[in-house]
Design a binder for this molecule. Sequence first.
Ligand code: PHE
Length: 460
Amino acid sequence: MAIQKENIHGQWGSSLIFVLAAAGAAVGLGNIWKFPFMAGENGGAAFVLVYLVCIFVVGLPLLLAEILLGRRGQASPINAMTNVATESKASKKWSIIGWLGALAGFLVTSYYVVIAGWAARYTFRSLENEWSGVDAATIAGEFSLFRGDGNALLIWGSLFLIVTMFFVARGVKSGLEAVVRYIMPVLIVILLGLLAYAFSTGYIGEAASFMFKFEPSKLTNEVLLSAVGHAFFTLSLGMGAIMAYGAYMPRNASIAKAAVGIVFVDTLVAILAGLVIFSVVFAHGLNPGSGTGLLFETLPVAFGAIPGGWIIASIFFLFVTFAALTSSVSLVEPFVAYLVEKGLTRIKAAIAVGVVCWLLSIGSALSYNVWSDVHFWKGTFIDNMFYITDNILLPLGGILIGIFVGWCMKDTKIRREMKPANEFLYLVWRIAVRWVAPIAVIYVMAKGFGLIDYIVGMFA
Ligand code: PHE
């Protein structure tokens, strides 16, 4: 059976819009908030280098595979997987990739909107010129006061979620496409402006050497797993977001070119954002390893010390908020699209998904205050969300995508969709998806969970 029908949700206006949309999904809190603080905590360069290897060896081939599945399947990830599996005479149970992805989407959204809410709140704080001349201790105190206020976190997170669902409810053309069409170019301009500012601090060299100086001793199994997990997270891989977007990609656009473009933009933004942030941090003698608070505790100190710094601060936090919005819409789109295929209207589907995400976000918002003492497994509710999504669900989705495309999907079907222009590169990609990516991810997961040491120990 061949999949002829076009999906019912519509299409991106052009292949450039697809790249912008997918790059918008990829570039987000992962690049600007998570990547710099993870690098800061894990010794900078050690983390950055492993992360870059993961992006090119595992991320790029799987990204290509995920776009391919979406465009071939012409439906929401759950149904797209059923379609491509049927076409290749594989089990329909492969729709599990879509279901796991939907679960990951809900869990990521539950914390994503809360952190994005911080960025939105800090945009307004910057506009009110709250940091001017204020010392580090006061700013840190204010941040913990803000985080300690469950209501505030809930309100800002909810506002962000409502804006997200508003655009998703409007559909592919007038919702998602409208968001990326205007926001992405603005983001690029803002980032270049911030970069110019980072140069003017004179500390960009120090920032670069912090990010790229190789220190192998810092490479623990945990760092390895978090680098792989982050590679998935930052590319929005393994959970269906890219697959859903791929289904809206024009049929004649090149999948390989688009994938390369997305990886390029995402990696560049992470590195440039890191350079901007660490230049500011070093220029003011602050601590690069301050964890999740790097953006909200450390940077405002620096902004407050610069004359007119509130302008840069406002632009910076607006940048973070916008980047988060182009990602959050992609987190919920897969399941909203699924519900629409089930017969719901877009608006009803968006409300249903929004309500579930909102309920889950309560757990994340309260993790920093009312429930900060409730620890289980990896820590608070939000710590568990981070761990389950980044270190388990997304890599697992990636392994399954690699296995399906590498081993179960018929070569003729892949070729028909990919139209490979270069046989050699096609072969390299096939090997990467078939062998390298699944084995590497399984190995790193097993190592991260201590399984390998356990097995080695049994024979020692
Ligand atoms: N890639 C996004 C970021 O870096 C997060 C994300 C993950 C978005 C998974 C969609 C799907 O912020």
